[in-house]
Design a protein around this ligand. Structure first.
Ligand SMILES: CC(C)(COP(=O)(O)OP(=O)(O)OC[C@H]1O[C@@H](n2cnc3c(N)ncnc32)[C@H](O)[C@@H]1OP(=O)(O)O)[C@@H](O)C(=O)NCCC(=O)NCCS
Length: 179
């Protein structure tokens, strides 16, 4: 099993985030769009980094800085938390990484007193819809023609339970913690 750490993104992680965003999300967002979002909302950007390789994978390089395999881009919108982007590199999917990224973001929102999170997702994106519904997101309404190619979005929302006092920073996650 690979060991993945979720940590706050830094400015130097931006090129990797942009690469993963553009490779995995149907998007027209340019480097500067994503960089601008990061500069406004850097405290809500988290990345998933491989800490230990899969046996014989040959993909992990301990001297390489860039073992980033996914990210979540959080933001604030109209006084609540929002998920602007979430992606995991294809070969690392279905290992709980997307869930770990989302949980870390909820923790940040909760610690700041936010009790609601929203996001938009393409109607056709069944994998992501399954993930979000598993996490307790409920569909609120449809935004017709939301995406540049004319596809509709579903706006999903989730209620967060209140923070129980000051929380410790998240530990290095192995995957598959409860959602
Ligand atoms: C959506 C995405 C981030 C999920 O990441 P992930 O690391 O694979 O997610 P997890 O492993 O935490 O999945 C958790 C649960 O979500 C559901 N799920 C996730 N991917 C799924 C898929 N391909 N098919 C069915 N269910 C899926 C499952 O219930 C899964 O639990 P399980 O593996 O125990 O059945 C990833 O598929 C991705 O990067 N997709 C492309 C980008 C994208 O669509 N982003 C979202 C819109 S911005």
């Amino acid at each position: 099993m690979i060991k993945v750490e979720i940590r706050k993104a830094s400015e130097g992680d931006l090129p990797s985030i942009v690469k993963i965003w553009q490779r995995n999300i149907k998007t027209l967002n340019t480097f500067s769009d994503i960089a601008r979002l990061y500069r406004y909302f850097s405290r809500y950007f988290f990345i998933a980094v491989i800490k230990e390789p899969e046996p014989n994978s040959g993909e992990y390089d301990k001297d390489k800085i860039d073992n980033i395999i996914g990210f979540v881009a959080g933001a604030l919108r109209d006084g609540h938390g929002h998920v602007s982007g979430l992606a995991v590199e294809r070969r690392y999917r279905r290992k709980g990484v997307g869930s770990s990224l989302l949980r870390r973001l909820y923790e940040e929102f909760r610690n700041e007193g936010f009790e609601r999170v929203t996001l938009e997702v393409r109607m056709s994106n069944k994998d992501a819809i399954r993930l979000y519904e598993d996490h307790g997101f409920k569909p609120a309404f449809i935004i017709h023609g939301y995406y540049a190619d004319g596809e509709d979005a579903i706006l999903y929302e989730k209620r967060l339970s209140r923070a129980m006092g000051v929380q410790e920073p998240a530990p290095a996650y192995t995957t598959r913690a409860p959602r």
